[in-house]
Write a protein of this length. Structure first.
Length: 236
């Protein structure tokens, strides 16, 4: 398997002089791997996530995504990295559900036939076909999350980066989301990294990393994390 992500001793200083770091263990993600990132509030989970998609440049350390620096090669890897942010309203740009899902496909120059095929497929598999003509503004929080996930997955990315993306999704919708992500990981070699705050979500990941006091202090399975007591950083 090839490395999709490699992060070494990341440090970032924000304009207000807040410093966030993720040192200790190296953060590695291979193709097909599903990685959950846990830690308390302010531990640096979101900062790490934002660096993976090239929206921040580290003050110190290195970040490699698909073999390149994501900050310097933002346009080069954009199509290969799907993203769902925590405040999902910030990334929904289409007036309707269908138009929003199609937006990135159109932006990256996919053929009309492929745009239609992928949009229909992802809406069907996520159970949102009945929402396709709905205005985004009137959707529930959980529906908005599924629409954002549909837009990201329609690209069939090599890396899917999620910031607490399962919150607010009802159990049936979440089951569809998890099944589709699993399918893409197994059959498309997609890798997933998600910042996790809900203890119940840990079970969906092969590998868990724990961030504490500016350090990555643990890498292992859900069971190993629970034995260590690290799941205390997640809510019920």
């Amino acid at each position: 398997m090839s490395k999709i992500v490699e992060l070494k001793c990341l440090k970032h200083k924000y304009p207000d002089r807040t410093e966030v770091s993720a040192c200790g263990l190296d953060f590695l993600v291979e193709e097909g791997e599903k990685v959950g990132l846990v830690g308390g509030n302010g531990s640096g989970k979101t900062t790490l996530i934002i660096h993976l998609v090239g929206m921040l440049r580290p003050t110190e350390g290195s970040v490699s995504v698909l073999g390149v620096d994501p900050y310097k090669n933002f346009s080069k890897i954009g199509e290969a990295v799907g993203v769902v942010v925590q405040q999902v309203e910030d990334q929904l740009v289409g007036p309707t559900v269908e138009e929003d899902i199609k937006f990135s496909l159109i932006n990256y120059g996919f053929s009309k036939n492929k745009i239609e095929k992928r949009t229909k497929e992802v809406m069907s598999r996520l159970g949102i076909e009945d929402l396709r003509k709905k205005v985004i503004h009137y959707l529930s929080g959980g529906q908005k999350k599924r629409v954002a996930l549909a837009g990201a997955l329609a690209l069939k990315p090599k890396l899917l980066v999620l910031d607490e993306a399962f919150n607010q999704i009802d159990p049936d919708g979440l089951s569809k989301v998890v099944n589709l992500i699993d399918d893409y990981c197994q059959n498309e070699d997609m890798a997933v990294v998600m910042a996790v705050s809900n203890k119940e979500d840990i079970k969906h990941f092969n590998t868990i990393y724990l961030l504490e006091d500016g350090k990555i202090t643990f890498k292992g399975t859900k069971e190993e994390l629970e034995e260590r007591g690290g799941s205390q950083f997640c809510s019920h």
